[in-house]
Design a protein around this ligand. Structure first.
Ligand SMILES: Nc1nc2c(c(=O)[nH]1)N[C@H]1C(S)=C(S)[C@@H](COP(=O)(O)OP(=O)(O)OC[C@H]3O[C@@H](n4cnc5c(=O)[nH]c(N)nc54)[C@H](O)[C@@H]3O)O[C@H]1N2
Ligand SMILES: Nc1nc2c(c(=O)[nH]1)N[C@H]1C(S)=C(S)[C@@H](COP(=O)(O)OP(=O)(O)OC[C@H]3O[C@@H](n4cnc5c(=O)[nH]c(N)nc54)[C@H](O)[C@@H]3O)O[C@H]1N2
Ligand code: SF4
Ligand SMILES: [Mo]
Length: 716
């Protein structure tokens, strides 16, 4: 909230020479695509700076009152004001004047830029129809109205293609729901009550750092912390027990654990009887999954599978924490579907500190109804052509699409760096007959290919509400300063575009406050604004399935699923090697023997949003290829050599890091760097597989194979 200067105890008067400056504090919430949604406090002085004639934000720190983030931000956002006031900010509309991709732009007035977009858009819709227009957006801000609200009405009015699928989270949700009927799961902070914690495919200390104190609290109370990850991450380094399966093989590990649970009768018969369906069929099937077999598939020792199954079956409460990392495999949904069977077998859901925690985003529905944004004048979205966001490159280059995509709008994302099979996207973006409009804060790889760029406000320049996917609090974000230069919040861009198009429906021009209030349900907006956060209307003790009540067709956890069978999937949990089943990489293994991981690796990066900033990118060194010593030795590669990592989609020249963090057969190239930071202008996603996941509409960039060779020795 913008506190009343006279009444606020945090307000003071800083004296600079003879002139005094009014100071006040404003509460906000981090908008980044991060589970922590931290509360913050911005200190504002009434004096101009940078591209602004208005007040200046001089300090930003964590809100000590925030019950989850507890006053701490992170190495990304501690320097957020440097981002806001960066000399590289885009603060005026820009119009491309050179070849696409070169970044040669001329500034334009808002009126001229809007007129240009309105003309081209009108022409494209007239000639090719509305579906020739494709909106592409992600979670650059996950704020309630600035992520996606008025855009839905604007693009519905145009009859544009609609964006489906997900780069993040939907597969985990869909997989979990196949067993439980809903993606809803445990409150992650309940991990503190656990005696056994399985951090499965999540790098908590890097990606979800404010949960780590809750994990440590469990450990202090005697819990064992297990990390299950193909990469020895910083979280793995902090674990009591690190299990390192080969990427994409976890379902075999889960089936091996189930074998142990059933064989040794470590299951909760009463819970199974009352709250699950299909136990007999599952139990019969897992007989074939001896720990030896599971261990063989995963590249683990038999004893590890035995011990993990036994620990899970004998420790109460046992808590599984997972997030996104493991969904980006060809069988990503099956990972989560199978994982969700474990607590149903042991009845771990009964106890606080038991069960399974993943994104809590779905719980926000308790207080948020985003369907209000789909209101008139929309043609029902289902009537319009769908394009999966992970297939941007395919959509831009497929000559058989009818109509072809002729206009692309990008906001809240940098798809040229974040979407797999990036060189295909690059070819699409380079099309001369494609009209691309971007709303951005910086000249990203994607923005460089735009015909018109509109300057976007940052979170401290716009008002919004943030629903978290890592905890159960809603956050208020009050604009602390007016937007710098000519930047605008996304909602204002949609209003201006609607006006420029000559549209008149009032729904296209709804103001921000009204949009926010219309989507909030049973929220005391005054209290939210005053404190900066409010808990969702949910019980303190969440335990969603303690008494069963699974919202499936059968009302039970579906160990066997008729619904999956009807969709042509395995009705029981089933392990498949990557490369089988859904298209994929079959047959390439000989040419490309190494599995490529492209992890989030850097504490100072948030996806691709920080690597270009001077206090972030340079401090993280640069992109590299990480190899196991055995794979390096087999190829004559030494630490520091320049290597080529390639497959049929792309090729990158990178510095080799020979490390013991990976298993033999796996190579890792970190995600987040831009083309300009790679010598040969590719990025990690130039190499990655854009096959869709088994279900859930996600993408299997984790199921990618490559080969590596030495280019040059390290310069001496
Ligand atoms: N510092 C920092 N924090 C971030 C982000 C960032 O870029 N930087 N990004 C944010 C975003 S958008 C998200 S979605 C979250 C993601 O949060 P997480 O899901 O925790 O993070 P990821 O790094 O995507 O994946 C977690 C782990 O999954 C592992 N993994 C990959 N494949 C497999 C597999 O087959 N099996 C198993 N068991 N593990 C596997 C990876 O090695 C990785 O260590 O983080 C958020 N937080
Ligand atoms: N190989 C590989 N690929 C991955 C991943 C991986 O681990 N490996 N991770 C995947 C995951 S989990 C995710 S979530 C995606 C992330 O991919 P993207 O969502 O594309 O994330 P960013 O690239 O960081 O882009 C966010 C952009 O939004 C802009 N932005 C921020 N706030 C605003 C605003 O208010 N208005 C406007 N107009 N723009 C704004 C920022 O300047 C930034 O350029 O990447 C996915 N791709
Ligand atoms: S990026 Fe994540 S950890 Fe950092 S301030 Fe934002 S919500 Fe908190
Ligand atoms: Mo993500």
């Amino acid at each position: 909230m913008a506190t009343d200067v006279a009444a606020d105890p945090a307000t003071d008067v800083a004296t600079a020479g003879a002139r005094s400056t009014q100071r006040r504090t404003v509460l906000g919430t981090c908008h980044h695509d991060c589970p922590d949604s931290c509360g913050w406090v911005v200190t504002v002085e009434d004096r101009p700076k940078g591209g602004s004639s208005g007040p200046t934000a001089v300090r930003m720190r964590g809100n000590p009152e925030h019950p989850y983030s507890r006053g701490e931000l992170c190495p990304k956002v501690n320097r957020f004001l440097d981002r806001v006031y960066s000399p590289e900010r885009i603060l005026r509309p820009l119009v491309q004047r050179g070849a696409k991709g070169r970044g040669d732009f001329a500034p334009a007035s808002w009126d001229d830029a809007l007129a240009l977009v309105a003309d081209r858009l009108g022409e494209i819709v007239d000639r090719h129809g509305g579906e020739a227009v494709l909106p592409w957006w992600s979670a650059g801000t996950q704020g309630l109205i600035q992520q996606s609200s008025l855009d839905r009405r604007f693009f519905a009015k145009l009859g544009a293609s609609r964006l489906t699928g997900s780069l993040c989270g939907a597969v985990a949700g869909a997989g979990t729901a196949s067993t439980n009927g809903s993606g809803r799961a445990a409150d992650p902070t309940d991990v503190r009550f656990a005696r056994l914690v399985l951090l499965w495919g999540t790098n908590t200390r890097l990606t979800n750092r404010h949960l780590w104190p809750f994990v440590e609290e469990a450990r202090a109370n005697g819990a064992t912390i297990v990390v299950i990850d193909p990469l020895r991450t910083m979280t793995a380094e902090s674990a009591d027990w690190f299990v390192q399966p080969l990427p994409g093989t976890d379902v075999a590990l889960m089936l091996g654990m189930m074998h142990v649970l059933v064989r040794d009768d470590l299951i909760d018969h009463d819970y199974i009887e009352r709250h699950t369906v299909g136990f007999d069929r599952l139990a019969g099937m897992v007989q074939e999954w001896s720990p030896e077999r599971a261990a063989h598939v995963c590249g683990l020792a038999t004893d590890e599978v035995e011990r993990l199954g036994c620990a899970y079956g004998t420790t109460t409460p046992a808590f599984i924490r997972t997030l996104i990392g493991a969904e980006h495999q060809e069988h990503g949904a099956m990972f989560f579907r199978t994982l969700a069977c474990l607590p149903a077998l042991t009845g771990a859901w009964r106890r606080r500190g038991g069960g399974l925690a993943r994104s809590v985003g779905a719980w926000a529905e308790a207080n948020i109804d985003e369907s209000v944004f789909d209101g008139p004048p929309s043609a029902p979205p289902t009537a319009r052509r769908a394009v999966n966001m992970n297939h941007l490159g395919r959509a831009l280059t497929d000559p058989t699409m009818d109509p072809r995509v002729m206009a692309l709008f990008v906001w809240n994302g940098n798809p040229l760096v974040s979407v797999p099979n990036a060189e295909l996207t690059r070819r699409g973006l380079a099309r001369d007959d494609l009209f691309t409009v971007a709303s951005e804060q910086f000249m990203t790889d994607t923005a460089r290919y735009a015909d018109v760029i509109f300057p976007a406000a940052t979170q401290i320049e716009q008002t919004d509400v943030v629903a978290s996917w890592g905890h159960l609090y809603l956050g208020w974000n009050e604009a602390a300063i007016p937007p710098l230069g000519e930047a605008v919040p996304n909602t204002e861009l949609w209003r201006r575009l609607a006006r420029a198009m000559g549209f008149t429906e009032p729904e296209l021009f709804e103001d921000d406050e009204s949009l926010l209030r219309s989507a909030l349900r049973d929220v005391d907006v005054g209290a939210l604004r005053q404190r900066g956060f409010v808990r969702l209307s949910l019980p303190e003790d969440l335990r969603p399935y303690a008494e069963g009540g699974f919202p499936t067709a059968t009302g039970r956890a579906e160990l066997y699923s008729d619904g999956l069978a009807a969709q042509g999937h395995d009705p029981l949990p089933a392990f498949r090697w990557p490369g089988e089943g859904v298209g994929g990489e079959a047959g390439l293994n000989e040419r490309y023997p190494l599995v490529l991981m492209t992890p989030k690796n850097h504490t100072r990066f948030l996806n691709t949003s920080y690597s270009h900033l001077p206090k972030h990118g340079p401090a993280e060194g640069g992109p590299f290829a990480e190899l196991d010593p055995a794979d390096a030795a087999a190829r004559g590669i030494a630490d520091g050599d320049t290597v080529r990592v390639w497959n049929e989609r792309g090729s990158l020249a990178l510095t080799a890091r020979v490390s013991a963090r990976l298993r033999p057969g796996v190579v890792a190239v970190p995600f987040g760097w831009w083309s300009s930071q790679h010598g040969d202008h590719g990025t990690a996603n130039s190499l990655t597989n854009d096959t869709l996941t088994d279900w859930g509409g996600g993408v299997a960039y984790g199921s990618t194979r490559v080969e590596v060779e030495r280019l040059r020795a390290e310069p001496t």
